[in-house]
Design a protein around this ligand. Sequence first.
Ligand SMILES: Nc1nc2c(ncn2[C@@H]2O[C@H](COP(=O)(O)OP(=O)(O)O)[C@@H](O)[C@H]2O)c(=O)[nH]1
Ligand SMILES: [Mg+2]
Length: 239
Amino acid sequence: MAVTLSVVVPVKDEAENVAPLAREIATAVAGHEAEIIFVDDGSSDGTPERLVALKAEIPNLRVIGHGANRGQSRAVRTGVRAAHGDVIVTLDGDGQNDPADIPKLLAKFAAGDDRLGLVGGVRARRQDTASRRLASRIANSVRQSLLHDGAADSGCGLKAFRREAFLALPYFDHLHRFLITMMIREGYGVAFVDVNHRPRLHGKSKYTNWRRMLVGIDDLMGVRWLQRRMRGKTEAKEL
Ligand SMILES: Nc1nc2c(ncn2[C@@H]2O[C@H](COP(=O)(O)OP(=O)(O)O)[C@@H](O)[C@H]2O)c(=O)[nH]1
Ligand SMILES: [Mg+2]
C-alpha cells in the first residue's frame, strides 16, 4: 500500500507515554494509508524498547533510533527523511497534543491549495503551568515584533506539512520552533487550526523557561538574518 501520510513523533525519555499515544495515533489515522514513526533521541528510560514491543500490535509503527541525544529538531528531521508520506504530521511524544485533531489539520490540505506548505495547531487552552504560559506569552510577543510571521503558537508540536516543503528549508537545530516563519520565507502558504491541549500525565518537561529564553534570543537573531537573506519567492517556469 502506498503511504500518503507519515506521523512523526520525536521522543526523549517518554517511556510511560509512548504506548497510549501510539495507540491513539493508530486510531486517529485508521482511515488513511499511514505510517507512524517514533524517533527516539537517546532516551535512557527504556522508551525505544517499549516502542519496539508495540510493533506487533501496531503494524504500521516504525521506530528509529538516534543513538545519542541530538535534540527535537534533529529527531523531526530524521523522521521526515525516513518517511514515505507526502504529508507529515508531527506531534509531541508526551501526549499533550491530541491525535484526534489530526484529521482537522489534514482537511486543510484536502482543500487543494497547491501553495499550502504547513498547517499549524494553535493550543486554544493550554494545559501548562502559569509560569510556562506567561513565558510563552512574552516570548511570542517579542518574536512577533521581530519576525512578523503571524504565528500565534509557534511552539505547538502538532503540525502538518508537505514533506517536500520541509526538506527544502535550510536546516538548523531548533528549526522546529520556526517552521512557520521558514515556510513563509520559502513562499509557501500557512494555515492554522485550533487544537486541543492536555496535561502531561507522566514524566517531566525537558525544557526550562530560562534555557528556552537564552537560546531563543540567539535563534531569533539567526532567523531574522535568514529572513533578510531572501528577496522574494522563486517562481521557476520552463520557457
Ligand atoms: N527528540 C527529542 N525530543 C525531545 C527532546 N526534548 C524534548 N523532546 C520532546 O519534545 C516534546 C515536547 O517536550 P516537552 O518536554 O513536553 O516540552 P513542553 O511541553 O514545552 O514542556 C516531547 O515529545 C519530548 O519528548 C530532545 O532532546 N530530543
Ligand atoms: Mg510537553
